[in-house]
Structure formats: C-alpha cells, structure tokens
Design a protein around this ligand. Structure first.
Ligand code: SF4
Ligand code: SF4
Length: 105
C-alpha cells in the first residue's frame, strides 16, 4: 500500500512509536501515541505533504509504523482511506486533520 501522506494514521490511531530517535527501537524506548493526538515525529501541516521525522532512520523497518504500510500483495496500490481523504468528499476530514496539525506546532 502506498501512503499518500494525509496524516490520518499518525493522528487518529493508537500507535507504538520509538520515543527517542537517538536510542532506536529498544523495549525501554517505546511509547504509545494515543488516539487523536498527533505523533511527535509528525512533520508538516498540509494533508498530502506530511512527513515522518524517523522515516529515514536505519531501524525504521523494525517499527510497527513500517509494517502498517507493507502489504506485499498490493504494495503499489494507493491507500484507500488516504484516497478518500484527499478527494473532494474528504475535505471536512482534511480540515480536521490540518487543524490538529496546526495545533501541534
Ligand atoms: S513514527 Fe512516523 S509514521 Fe509512526 S506515527 Fe509517528 S509520524 Fe507516523
Ligand atoms: S490513511 Fe493512508 S494515506 Fe493517510 S496516513 Fe494513513 S496510510 Fe497514509
């Protein structure tokens, strides 16, 4: 699945994240980003242009976030949720996401 960087998952889901990027994914350095709270590693304020500050770390492939977007049987298909959010029908959701992102900075 190809993530369209709408930001929905990194705000709306409970996710286990690496707390301090310098320490990597060891057990004592994991925390839960709670539902509705923008992840502290999230960067950007516009749906479609969101990025993750730890995405390029050598250990990123060991994280639950990496696994979330790896469905080998359809790895090139665009995310269906993201496609909806980025469409005309998703404008209200986009506004809500972007309001949360602005409040997080
Ligand atoms: S670590 Fe990155 S991909 Fe995972 S929730 Fe945070 S911003 Fe999103
Ligand atoms: S809903 Fe899809 S496009 Fe949006 S952040 Fe999640 S995986 Fe990416």
């Amino acid at each position: 699945m190809k993530c369209l960087r709408c930001g929905y998952c990194c705000i709306s889901l409970d996710v286990v994240i690496v707390d301090d990027p310098e320490k990597g994914p060891r057990q004592s350095n994991l925390s839960i980003k709670e539902t509705g709270v923008p992840c502290k590693h999230l960067r950007g304020e516009k749906c479609g242009e969101i990025s993750c500050a730890v995405h390029d770390k050598p250990w990123y492939s060991e994280t639950p976030c990496f696994q979330h977007t790896q469905l080998p049987e359809c790895s090139k298909a665009p995310c269906r949720m993201g496609s909806y959010i980025m469409s005309d029908k998703g404008s209200e959701v986009r506004q809500r996401i972007e309001a949360k992102l602005k409040g997080a900075h």
